[in-house]
Design a protein around this ligand. Structure first.
Ligand SMILES: C[S@@+](CC[C@H](N)C(=O)[O-])C[C@H]1O[C@@H](n2cnc3c(N)ncnc32)[C@H](O)[C@@H]1O
Length: 415
């Protein structure tokens, strides 16, 4: 029987769950409690009850506090407020421990793997927990005022600044203006310029009441921004993909190289290559006697990648959707396959197609540990072994965590 929304319950809080809450139990049901920490006893207000096996709640009063609890640095953090952050109330080191616990739990549950021997913790990136976001999409309400969405809500928390943003993004002048007719206003900073993008409602209708993808248009600043990695300049469409944390691409590239150990003259397949950041790093590693083929579905990103890699003659970019057929049809025999898919992961069929190419190693950059664990499970079912796993706090204050993993055949060929 669903509880009334706003009912307040008292619970002991347990382990963190994927998504930025902690697990508690109340009258035989699971409660996902936000704004709480493991080991705490809290009064929690129910925010969602669909009558199923679990409910959602916000901790509104802490009866027994965790030693990891800190005052949130942002005045907009807290129950019913901005939904952009999940762990403002946890110390920096506790945030990383929470994320490490989630990665362990996802691998145990979804891959059937104990990764204790591989994962030593979640690694911090330079710069601290605030002032790191180079891209923020502020939501715009019907009144035209910008802010940030509340958790699992279309309601907007008005903000005068977002402390997660870098200068010019977190305190962007767009926050002081009105944007009638827009659904969002996005601010993104490159090496030496900042662009503002308008989000307008897209055409058509989507299933289950979801909004169609926004139409995005550059309002101010360059349409293409410069980014830098290992001394190389990359030009990327302002609405195109580049890691949001300024130190992320470099950290992931270094972890990937350490994992897959490219050798001079090898052939590499770089799936979901975006504007070519990892492709360039891999190309440097295999050198001109090697070959790196990037695959990317976005027309703009593939064209940016081709231009960014123009001076590396042993690289090539194919514009294609990565799926089992396109991977099988590439006509190359890579020594190394690297993949950096969107949140949904690659999926069982794509993993099977990658492994059928019989590379010596597969390097995987993952923004969702659940999708990674499922894909690792698919690889394990096909006889592959998870040989390395690192995790990075590339999104401090939020529940997001990036992983870099690598897989090798369980039995080496010819053994
Ligand atoms: C996480 S980004 C990785 C980009 C790049 N590796 C980097 O580090 O900058 C994922 C990329 O996959 C692309 N993408 C999404 N789905 C795809 C698909 N099915 N096939 C090919 N590319 C896809 C997106 O356009 C995006 O550029």
């Amino acid at each position: 029987m669903p509880e009334q929304p706003d009912t307040v319950i008292e619970v002991d809080v347990g382990a963190p769950a994927h998504g930025g809450s902690c697990v508690a139990r109340y009258e035989g049901r699971v409660v996902f409690v936000r704004h709480a920490l493991p080991g705490e006893r809290v009064r929690a207000r129910l925010t969602e009850d669909r009558g199923g096996s679990y409910v959602r709640a916000d901790a509104v009063e802490v009866l027994r506090a965790s030693p990891d609890r800190v005052p949130p640095p942002c005045p907009h953090a807290g129950p019913g407020r901005c939904g952009g952050c999940d762990w403002q109330h946890a110390s920096e080191s506790a945030q990383r421990e929470l994320k490490a616990a989630v990665v362990h739990e996802q691998f145990a549950r979804l891959a059937g793997l104990d990764v204790s021997d591989l994962l030593t913790g979640v690694e911090a990136l330079p710069g601290g927990p605030l002032g790191w976001r180079t891209r923020i999409t502020y939501a715009v309400g019907p009144d035209g005022r910008p802010g940030l969405h509340r958790h699992r809500s279309q309601e907007i928390e008005g903000v005068e600044a977002c402390p997660l943003g870098v200068a010019g993004v977190g305190d962007s002048p767009v926050l002081g203006r009105s944007w009638p007719g827009l659904t969002g206003v996005e601010v993104v900073r490159g090496v030496d310029a900042t662009s503002v993008l308008a989000h307008r409602p897209g055409p058509g209708r989507q299933a289950r009441g979801r909004r169609p993808p926004d139409r995005i248009e550059v309002l101010e600043g360059p349409a293409r921004l410069q980014h830098r990695l290992h001394g190389r300049e990359f030009t990327v469409a302002a609405d195109g993909f580049w890691q949001v944390h300024p130190h992320a691409t470099q950290a992931f590239a270094a972890a990937l190289l350490a994992a897959v150990e490219p050798r001079s003259g090898e052939t590499v397949l770089d799936l979901y290559c975006g504007a070519g950041a990892l492709t360039a790093v891999l190309a440097d590693a295999v050198g001109p006697t090697g070959q790196v083929v990037g695959v990317e579905s976005s027309r703009q990103a593939a064209s940016d990648a081709a231009a960014n890699l123009d001076d590396l003659a042993w690289t090539g970019v194919r514009r294609a959707r990565v799926d089992a057929a396109s991977v099988a049809g590439l006509g190359i025999a890579p020594d190394i396959v690297v993949l950096d898919p969107p949140r949904a992961g690659a999926g069982r069929e794509v993993m099977a197609a990658i492994l059928a190419l019989q590379p010596r190693v597969v390097g995987y950059v993952a923004c969702d540990p659940a999708a990674l664990a499922r894909d690792v499970r698919a690889a394990a079912d096909a006889g592959w072994r998870l040989a390395g796993l690192r995790a990075f706090d590339a999104f401090p204050m939020t529940h997001h965590v990036e992983c870099v993993a690598h897989l090798v055949p369980s039995v080496s060929p010819g053994a």
